[in-house]
Design a protein around this ligand. Structure first.
Ligand code: TXA
Ligand code: MG
Length: 319
């Protein structure tokens, strides 16, 4: 099927109340018509996602945000101008007509304009903003290829649009504008540094184990089946003598390593490349029946903040 034909068919499915998996620059989303609560409910069902975890609404034009929110602060206008389309989600007070199921009953809504031609055409042809979480079962890693979606949700969605591997590879950065000062709810594909260069200081909410900063930010999230550890110490080696341990390395490791399997995120140590490879690399390790995945910590600057955030969530034992 040609791309344009597939998109047309997908848009028709969305307009008729179906659900479609589609590529974005960050990860694949599972979308429905924002204004169709039954269609949105099916997304929650298929993902087994708790209803208190709200969705992101995707638009094809910055101007369309006006219909979704009460007011657009000038800082959001500036960000939209500089960073949209792109991996930035803003949280603003919502208009009344957005169904509660989309926002989990919150008075706010999360909105973004994705930087992917397929996503943008799909939204445009559907003639409605598309509410979409990442297209993975709740709590598991987000998909960065159509194949990932097929493997986990294949028979439960009406159509999967294949746009190849996602260029960014980690989810969007979420910034809330609800209380005066902008606040980072989730680090992601646009760095905090980039955002601050446009609007000045952004408050950072630390990860709290008991109270998620964004409703969906549970301690254990983005998790593979195999346990991940971040604080590996070679002294532990004896304890794991007869075990199969995989290494998720940031850059090409030096020396001979005694790991069963090694995934290198970026040979040269490039953050962008590392982010783009992150979820696929973890998925590959997760298929090897390892007893443990050791993840190498990386510097928490730029995209490194999002990568470390995902690794921390993936390694958290809390459920
Ligand atoms: O890159 C992305 O953001 C991808 C692509 C598909 O756009 N989407 C994505 O969606 O990661 P999801 O549902 O996996 O994560 C959305 C996050 C959740 O943690 C949710 O709690 C938060 O956004 N969120 C949504 N609406 C919110 C709101 N009104 N206030 C605070 N957080 C909100
Ligand atoms: Mg998700």
């Amino acid at each position: 099927m040609k791309d344009t034909e597939a998109i047309r068919q997908a848009a028709q499915i969305i307009r008729q109340g179906g659900i479609v998996a589609f590529p974005t620059e960050t990860v694949y989303g599972l979308g429905a018509d924002t204004y169709n609560p039954l269609a949105v409910a099916r997304i929650f069902e298929v993902k087994r996602r708790p209803y208190f975890d709200p969705l992101i609404v995707h638009v094809a034009y910055p101007a369309h945000v006006k219909k979704l929110v009460k007011e657009i602060p000038s800082s959001v206008e500036k960000l939209a101008e500089k960073l949209w389309p792109g991996p930035l989600t803003v949280v603003l007070l919502k208009e009344k007509n957005i169904p509660d199921i989309v926002t989990a009953g919150l008075p706010s809504v999360a909105v973004r304009m994705p930087d992917h031609p397929t996503a943008l055409s799909l939204i445009e042809e559907s003639k409605c903003p598309i509410a979409a979480p990442s297209a993975n079962p709740f709590g598991y890693l987000s998909p960065t290829t159509a194949e990932h979606v097929r493997e986990q949700l294949g028979d439960q969605v009406d159509l999967i649009l294949d746009g190849g591997p996602c260029a960014v590879g980690v989810e969007s950065t979420i910034v809330s504008f609800l209380d005066g000062k902008p606040r980072l709810l989730r680090p992601g594909g646009v760095s905090l540094e980039q955002i601050e260069s446009v609007i000045g200081e952004v408050q950072i909410t630390p990860i709290q184990e008991d109270r998620p900063s964004a409703p969906g930010m549970f301690p254990r999230h983005y998790a593979p089946r195999t346990p991940i550890v971040l604080d590996w110490n070679e002294k532990n080696r004896d304890l794991y003598k007869s075990r199969n341990i995989g290494l998720l390395a940031f850059r090409e490791p030096k020396g001979n390593l005694k790991f069963h399997s090694v995934e290198v995120l970026s040979k040269k140590g490039d953050m962008r490349e590392a982010a783009a490879n992150l979820f696929s690399a973890i998925r590959r390790l997760d298929t090897l029946n390892l007893d443990l995945i050791v993840a190498e910590p990386i510097p928490e600057v730029g995209l490194g903040r999002a990568i470390m955030d995902r690794l921390r969530h993936a390694s958290s034992r809390g459920e």
